[in-house]
Design a protein around this ligand. Structure first.
Ligand code: AGP
Length: 618
């Protein structure tokens, strides 16, 4: 989960690299470094542990010579702790070559042993797998005199997941990259070209981008881009237009990206729906590739995802089973492919991923395809790997999500999978057109309703301010409220570092109620009292059970729900919505609460400790 930038052009490479790393810092931020070739053909590298700003300050003091060719890296440590020595770039060919890497080279120990056996005088300056790759490419360059060939020869020997960028002082004006199971995209400029882990690396310079496929090598010069496979055979790479601009990835005056992105939750839903609801019907032409027959014939859907994406998958389960009457299983991606799941041609595996680079989910999708299932990706990042590995993709249009904690992407994912559920219901005739139109009306009403919820921000901020000493929080939800309980707990863990747990409210008396002691804060997502089922009454009973044992009740309940008032210490009202739509309104207060509590504790809500935005290693 690192951020990678490459540049060749006439601009000042140091500025281009640092600007790109700044936009990629959410991918990993425990150390950073750059390498540039200056106009005299000298190679300069600087790398420092700590956040990017440490490197920037260092460079200002150092005034590193600028040049036209450079690579940059911001790291999330895998092999070797976060320190100056393990930071990237790493050097080869006696310091004439610099290399950066995102991923894990699984056979690096064997390669290192072979290297030492052949070259006993090899000196290692770090504990990393990356340095082994740099030394190997350096040795290959000494044989071939050609950087692209040198990298090709080495990647053929690597196992695992990797994106590698490399430059050599004897080849100014050239950066070569290779990828396997790890992200890399090309930015196409005018007299300059870029490489990046994602388009954020270069979006301020160009909106033209090009995908790089699995097991491919790219060579960029200021006026040319060449892509080959790992055998050196040229391949066609697809060009695409980046939909958003650099300002979308800026904080724009907000205190944090997380605050900005929570405020964008209504727009994230609205933009994901744009063009996909026509005359009260769902229009998803991007799914035509799956064909109506396939969607009519599937007898099972498996939705895979990790973390927050798994919780939007759970809501998708409720919706698809209710509307399309197709059995749905939700699986954590990293569990799915190791349990020998029973899947076949009649299984549709839907993956949900904001980044489109989560290795666990990518591997699950590959497994599904290899075992005959059709695959659909719900993803927020154009040109990312998971959509490319899927039969079809339904993009969410939440815009770039920079904060590690996923917020607007979550509500956009739910909107997308609900659209898919209604599309499936329409094809299979399990809902009448009028019913579909009504449900689409409820879906379309969500952005305005979310705006109302976001107006409660100050009350939630005040609540968070009272709870900075809290050591644990419990979240309860039932039916479609249960995934929201899990999501609320995850957010509090990841940004406020508070032990939190989400439970299905009905599970309480089967054990978890033993956790309740006087003063224990418990968030409860209360179902609508207007719903036909008796869940509202059951959840109010759950509230009474825990209140009787001293719990502090923080209820998220429908505007005007009088039944909750006598038993809740705090009530956060949300607008009236039916069972499957209420969760999208209930999640926003929990996102706000986690963010405000983290901020009140003085924590960095955008870059929480130990985490990265995209987990591109298994
Ligand atoms: C959510 O706030 C976390 N950052 C994390 O659980 C995330 O949802 C998970 O890693 C999946 O990421 P993806 O959506 O990019 O695949």
């Amino acid at each position: 989960m690192c951020g990678i930038v490459g540049y060749v052009g006439s601009n000042q490479s140091v500025e281009v690299l640092l600007g790109g790393l700044r936009r990629l810092e959410y991918r990993g931020y425990d150390s950073a470094g750059i390498a540039v070739i200056d106009p005299d053909g000298e190679l300069h590298t600087r790398k420092r542990a700590g956040k990017l700003q440490v490197l920037v300050d260092d460079l200002e003091a150092l005034t590193l010579a600028n040049g036209s060719t450079g690579i940059g890296h911001t790291r999330w440590a895998t092999h070797g702790g976060p320190n100056d020595q393990n930071a990237h770039p790493h050097l080869g060919d006696n310091g004439k070559l610099a290399l950066i890497h995102n991923g894990i080279i699984e056979n690096f120990a064997e390669l290192k042993a072979e290297l030492v056996a052949e070259h006993p005088d090899t000196v290692f300056t770090s504990e990393t797998d990356t340095e082994v790759a740099a030394l190997l490419v350096g040795l290959e360059y000494q044989k071939t005199g050609d950087l692209s060939k040198a990298l090709l020869n080495v990647v053929a020997r690597l196992h695992g997941a990797f994106t590698l960028l490399v430059l050599h002082k004897d080849q100014p004006g050239v950066v070569v990259g290779a990828r396997r199971n790890s992200p890399l995209v090309i930015g196409l400029g005018d007299g300059e070209n870029f490489l990046g882990s994602d388009v954020a690396a270069f979006v301020e310079h160009t909106h033209r981008a090009m995908e790089i496929g699995q097991d491919q090598v790219v060579t960029i010069r200021s006026d040319s881009v060449t892509v080959t496979d790992f055998f050196g055979e040229p391949v066609d790479a697809r060009e695409f237009e980046i939909e958003w601009d650099a300002s979308a990835a800026e904080k724009g005056g907000w205190s944090s990206f997380m605050a900005k992105e929570i405020s964008e939750e209504p727009a994230a839903i609205a933009n994901t729906l744009i063009g996909r609801i026509v005359d009260g019907a769902v229009k998803l032409p991007e799914l035509d590739v799956l064909g109506p027959d396939i969607l009519r014939d599937i007898n099972r859907v498996v939705v895979v995802g990790c973390g927050t994406a798994a919780y939007s998958a759970m809501l998708g389960k409720y919706a698809i089973e209710k509307w399309a009457k197709v059995p749905v299983d939700v699986e954590l991606s990293h569990e799915f492919r190791y349990r020998d799941p029973v899947i076949d041609r009649n299984t549709l595996v839907v993956s949900i991923s904001q980044s489109g680079e989560t290795m666990d989910t990518l591997m699950a999708v590959k497994y599904a395809s290899e075992h005959g299932a059709r695959t659909l990706s719900i993803c927020n990042t154009q040109g990312s790997t998971i959509p490319r590995e899927s039969d079809a993709v339904l993009y969410t249009h939440a815009g770039p999500e920079v904060a590690v904690a996923s917020t607007k992407a979550f509500v956009a994912q739910v909107a997308a999978i609900y659209l898919f559920g209604l599309h499936l219901a329409s094809i299979r005739g399990t809902l009448e057109p009028g019913e579909i139109a009504d449900l689409l009306g409820e879906l379309s009403a969500l952005p305005a309703q979310l705006d109302v919820v976001l107006e409660e921000q100050d009350a939630i901020k005040q609540l968070a301010g009272w709870m900075t000493d809290t050591r644990s929080v419990i979240f309860l939800g039932r039916h479609a409220g249960y995934p929201i309980a899990l999501e609320g707990a995850l957010k509090l863990k990841e940004v406020a570092y508070i032990h939190s747990e989400g439970f299905a409210a009905g599970e309480l008396k089967h054990g978890p109620i033993a956790l309740i002691e006087p003063g224990q804060p418990v968030f409860v997502i209360v179902p609508s009292p207007r719903a036909k089922d008796s869940l509202h009454k059951k959840v109010v009973s759950n509230i009474q059970e825990i209140r009787a044992r001293g719990a502090r009740i923080l209820a998220i309940a429908e505007q005007g729900d009088a039944a909750v008032l006598p038993f809740a210490d705090v009530v956060i009202p949300i607008p009236l919505a039916s069972t499957l739509f209420e969760p999208i309104l209930a999640v926003a207060p929990l996102h706000i609460f986690a963010m405000e509590l983290a901020a009140a504790k003085g924590l960095d809500v955008d870059q929480p400790r130990n985490l990265a935005k995209s987990v591109t290693v298994e």
